[in-house]
Design a binder for this molecule. Structure first.
Ligand code: 5GP
Length: 348
């Protein structure tokens, strides 16, 4: 047994220190980023925010709303769309705003194979391969296999929280490594297993490792307010994946219920018993649910939420004098505002 004594930080443990700036208005700030991916060599230009591949977040309607919004946000479609719907979407609407998501289960691979054999298969350009625990050796093998099979497709893979595993996944063929174990709003991994890593430190350490190899990271989970996205970008995140902050809108394809004159929707983790009952016929005997189900207020249109998020990031850039989002991390100095880390379960 070993105890690591270094301080590891979460979003709530820091604030960003303001800096002298020549910017007169947040209108002058460009929060799009431009990347050429390490392996696929494809180019990306847009606001690097990704809707999580969860039921009620990674929906086709979300992707359409992003396309209409025009800033290059993308949605990682959840893994449970039928093949025909995916084919129809790619054929009609293209791939610009979506990631095709798979896990490492046989049925996921079969679905991808079947998709590739359709005329829409040639349009596949971004693949998100994710599992709860990106540390298993078979996972890195799977990423390597996908890289060999799909050399020109941009691959995002995860989740991990440490530099050495970020490097391993990048060397296995990932263009973007997804970072986060336990910070998600409907995740109970930290409670159920005791495993996790404070998200801000995970981003800092993984981004440092990835950038050294010409790779990128996507900070996945734990953002609850726009300021958390500014902190994640300030810490070095190249992309940010959002679940809870995008849940509950009209584009989430969830059922809206009315109770005492108020509207609600159900939002659940993809490892919750709700998700496993819906998609896998129940929780398998050998595992426990690592996600929860919550009832959240229905939030209507997505546009005001997006405006808040993007406006918050622009404003953070003006506070530190970053004319572009790329400059934000270079101009970020975090001030620690807590003495010790507690509340690691992300609950208030
Ligand atoms: P949020 O933005 O809601 O804080 O976090 C979203 C992320 O939580 C997702 O992208 C995914 O990585 C993670 N997540 C989603 N469902 C579950 C779950 O049931 N269990 C765990 N451990 N993580 C989940």
């Amino acid at each position: 047994m070993r105890i690591e004594q270094d301080i590891k930080l979460d979003f709530k443990d820091v604030l960003i220190r303001p800096k002298r700036s020549t910017l007169a208005s947040r209108k002058e700030v460009d929060i799009r980023r431009e990347y050429t991916f390490k392996w696929s060599r494809q180019k990306y230009h847009g606001v690097p925010i990704i809707a999580a591949n969860m039921d009620g977040v990674g929906t086709m309607a979300m992707a359409r709303a992003f396309a209409a919004q025009g800033d290059g946000l993308t949605a990682a479609l959840h893994k449970h769309y039928p093949l025909d719907d995916l084919v129809a979407f790619y054929e009609k609407e293209g791939s610009a705003n979506i990631w095709f998501s798979i896990g490492v289960a046989e049925r996921d691979e079969e679905k991808l194979e079947a998709f590739l054999k359709t005329p829409a298969g040639a349009k596949l350009d971004k693949l998100c391969i994710d599992v709860a625990n990106g540390y298993s050796e078979p996972f890195a093998h799977f990423v390597r296999k996908m890289r060999e099979k799909l050399p020109h497709v941009t691959i995002m893979a995860g989740n991990v929280v440490t530099g050495e595993m970020t490097e391993e996944l990048l060397l296995a063929g990932a263009d973007v490594v997804k970072v986060g174990i336990g910070p998600g709003s409907v995740c109970t991994t930290r409670k159920m297993t005791g495993v996790g890593y404070p998200q801000l430190s995970a981003i800092i350490e993984c981004a440092d490792a990835a950038h050294g190899l010409g790779g990128l990271v996507c900070a996945d989970g734990g953002c609850t307010v726009p300021g958390d996205l500014s902190k994640a970008f300030g810490a070095g995140a190249d992309f940010i994946m959002l679940g809870g902050m995008l849940a509950g809108h009209d584009v989430c394809e969830g059922e809206v219920v009315e109770e005492n004159g108020r509207k609600y929707v159900t939002f659940y983790g993809m490892s919750s018993s709700t998700a496993m009952n819906k998609h896998s016929g129940g929780v398998a005997e050998y595992r426990a649910s690592e996600g929860k189900t919550v009832k959240i207020p229905y939030r209507g249109e997505l546009a005001p939420t997006l405006q808040d998020i993007l406006g918050g990031i622009r404003s953070a850039c003006t506070y530190v004098g970053a004319r572009t989002l790329k400059e934000l991390s270079k101009r970020t100095t975090f001030v620690r505002v807590t003495q010790q880390i507690n509340n690691v379960f992300g609950e208030s």
